[in-house]
Each structure stands twice: as structure tokens, then as C-alpha cells.
Design a protein around this ligand. Structure first.
Ligand SMILES: *Cc1c(COP(=O)(O)O)cnc(C)c1O
Length: 372
């Protein structure tokens, strides 16, 4: 294998039980496996979750939901993103629940003429998708659309990761608005719909929410926070699920004065040794990690990225590391002996969050599930 992702099944199981312990009585986890399970591999992750008793999943598009159904995943699969009425046949055939983002959207889906299960999304302050929480007429009208069965009602918290007074006040306001919107819908006849609000930070910072059927956990399920320094009220010992590794395919000596890579961007002050790794930005490794902003572990030691990350390869400086040879494994995320590099470190090194770094990990990477 040139470059691959290892998935730690034991870590995923551990995270599932650690997060379940935070849920109020009667609540369950909805595993968010959109964007190829944040780059981890949606089928692999969904299968492992299902075998640990998870029976609700969230994806971004109907097509992502179909992938899971074709792989034998049962239970609730909720499409979190917008999908037009042209998706109705796919939604109906595969029993996918579709998010309704506005009254017009509800009417368009209903007009497709197929019986659909939908979750109404309320905008309570995020101002992204959703029906206004206080538009009682629109909520009742959406509820009354003939071909739609409202099986869920939810909202998304905009500031659940923030611990400032302002963020907490904004979140408490969203929770109050959601409760009122749900009450309006109950009065309009949507009383049996399941309620859900929290994503990972919502669960970690507001775990006590009653009356919710699900917490929609993504990033925490994968065992990391979006930013490694984030403080959360609950602090379960989550375990990273993903390791990212690549092969050393060549090692070469540079004489004093020689430069390496595009634009000769690696120009060491004296003789040096570089290793060529078979992974590049087309695999999702940001080019912003070039010139030593990122690095890898080889033989348990840190080797900085030398020069510019290429599309399919990159160079690392192994001048100080003995015995590096072709066939060796380089670790970009994960443990190597006593040393470890975290996804958070890599994400911070290129100015992003773990969610983005993960979700860009591409299809060329093989996914290997390590048994627990
Ligand atoms: C992506 C997403 C989630 C999961 O968020 P995490 O922070 O990764 O847990 C939950 N709900 C909605 C609506 C989302 O779009």
C-alpha cells in the first residue's frame, strides 16, 4: 500500500460507550457519517457502529445514504442537507429521512407525490438551514403536507463549542426557541416526532438536555475535538480512531548546496538526507503543511516536511534519523512507538480544524480496519 488509513475498531467502540454515558435517560447516538465518515470511510464506520448497536445515522446527501443502505445498514438514515424533489424516488426507495429546510421545500417534496419521511429543521439562531422557529403558520403548513410524515424535529446549535457567557446565553436562547417551536408543532399534530438538538459539542457541553431522542455526534465519535485545546464541560477520555500512514519509497542524499523538490524549496544548509513518501495533496494532505509546517514520524522520530508538498508525493527531512529505507512506514497521524502525532496538531499546523482535515482525506487512501 502506498498510503493508508488505519481504523481502530476498539477506539470507536470506546468512544460510543463514553458518549452514550453522557446522554440523558432514553437518548441514543445518531452517528454522523457524512462526507465519507469525515474521511474515515463511511461503510467501515457505519458497519462498526451498527455492530455496536447504533441504529441511527446522518449523512449530507441522499446518495451518501444510498451507499449505506446498499451496504446493508438498517434503521434511521437522516439526510442533513437540502435535497430537491428530484431526489424523492431515491429517498422513498431507500427509506431515507429527508431534512425539510423551509415551507417551500416541504411543499416541493410533497408535490413529488411519493410518501416521504422527513425531519423538520428549525432555525433557532444559526441562520443556516431551517424554518423560522416562531412562524407558527409555516410550521403547521409543513406539518400538514399530504405526502410527508414528520418523524423528527431538530435544530442545530451555532455556539455549542463556546464557553463564554455570550455563547452560553446564545445556546440557552436557541434551546428555549426550539422547545417553543416543537410545542407549536405538537399542537399542530406532529406530536410523535423525535426531537434532537446536540452535535458533539452540544453533547459535551449541554449533555443534560431532556426529551431528545438523539445526539448527532460526528467529530467526537472519531475520538477528537475540532480544536485540540477546546475545553468542554464533560471531558470523556476519547480515543482517536484514525491513523494516517504512508510508505517511504526512496531515500536520497543531498550534497551540500543541493536543493530538492519544486522550486528547490528545500535548501538545507549542509549535506542532508530526504525520504520520499507516497502521499500528497491529492490524498487530502494540505499543501499548507509545506516547508516544515507539518511533519511525520519515522522510526518513532519526527521528520519535518521538506519543501513543497506535491500532488501525489512529498519529501521529509530525515537527516538526523538513522537507518531510514524504502519500505519503511511514515506516520502522519497516529502512534509510532512511544511517539504520536495527533490530527489536532496537523490541523493546527495548517490553520484548520480536524473536521476539515479529516473530511478531505481522499478515496485513493486505502482503509484498513484494525480489530479490537
Ligand atoms: C455535521 C453535523 C453534525 C455533526 O457535527 P459534529 O460537530 O461533528 O458532531 C450534527 N448536526 C448537523 C446538522 C450537522 O450538519
Amino acid at each position: 500500500m502506498r498510503a493508508w488509513i488505519e481504523l481502530d475498531a476498539g477506539a470507536l467502540r470506546h468512544n460510543l460507550s463514553a458518549l452514550r454515558a453522557l446522554l440523558p435517560h432514553g437518548g441514543a447516538l445518531m452517528a454522523v457519517v457524512k462526507a465519507n465518515a469525515y474521511g474515515h470511510g463511511d461503510r467501515e464506520i457505519a458497519r462498526l457502529c451498527a455492530s455496536s448497536g447504533v441504529d441511527a445515522f446522518a449523512v449530507a446527501t441522499p446518495e451518501e445514504g444510498v451507499r449505506l443502505r446498499e451496504d446493508g445498514i438498517r434503521g434511521t438514515i437522516l439526510v442533513l442537507g437540502w435535497a430537491g424533489p428530484e431526489s424523492a424516488p431515491l429517498l422513498a426507495r431507500h427509506s431515507l429521512a429527508q431534512t425539510v429546510v423551509s415551507l417551500e421545500h416541504a411543499r416541493a417534496l410533497s408535490a413529488a407525490g411519493l410518501p416521504l419521511s422527513v425531519h423538520l429543521k428549525l432555525d433557532t439562531g444559526m441562520h443556516r438551514l431551517g424554518l423560522p422557529w416562531d412562524d407558527a403558520a409555516a410550521l403547521a403548513a409543513a406539518c400538514a403536507c399530504p405526502n410527508l410524515t414528520v418523524t423528527g424535529i431538530y435544530t442545530h446549535l451555532a455556539e455549542a463549542s463556546g464557553r463564554s457567557g455570550r455563547s452560553e446565553a446564545a445556546t440557552r436562547a436557541q434551546l428555549r426557541r426550539f422547545a417553543q417551536g416543537a410545542e407549536t408543532l405538537r399542537a399542530a399534530g406532529c406530536g410523535s416526532a423525535a426531537l434532537h438538538v446536540q452535535s458533539s459539542y452540544g453533547l459535551l457541553n449541554y449533555g443534560e438536555l431532556p426529551a431528545c431522542a438523539w445526539a448527532r455526534t460526528g467529530i467526537a465519535l472519531y475520538g477528537v475535538l475540532s480544536r485540540p485545546g477546546d475545553q468542554t464541560r464533560a471531558n470523556p477520555a476519547l480515543q482517536p480512531v484514525l491513523s494516517l500512514r504512508a510508505r517511504v519509497v526512496q531515500v536520497r542524499e543531498l550534497a551540500a548546496g543541493e536543493r530538492a523538490g519544486y522550486d528547490g524549496a528545500f535548501s538545507p544548509s549542509g549535506p542532508a538526507r530526504v525520504a520520499v513518501l507516497s502521499i500528497g495533496y491529492a490524498d487530502g494532505l494540505p499543501r499548507a503543511l509545506s516547508n516544515g509546517r507539518g511533519g511525520v514520524l519515522i522510526h518513532g522520530q519526527y521528520a519535518p516536511i521538506a519543501g513543497l508538498v506535491c500532488m501525489d508525493q512529498l519529501l521529509v527531512d530525515v537527516t538526523g534519523i538513522g537507518g531510514v529505507s524504502p519500505g519503511d512506514t511514515a506516520t502522519l497521524i497516529g502512534r509510532d512507538g512511544a511517539a504520536a502525532r495527533s490530527a489536532g496538531q496537523l490541523a493546527e499546523a495548517c490553520g484548520t480544524i480536524t473536521n476539515e482535515l479529516f473530511s478531505r482525506l481522499g478515496p485513493r487512501l486505502e482503509r484498513v480496519v484494525l480489530p479490537s
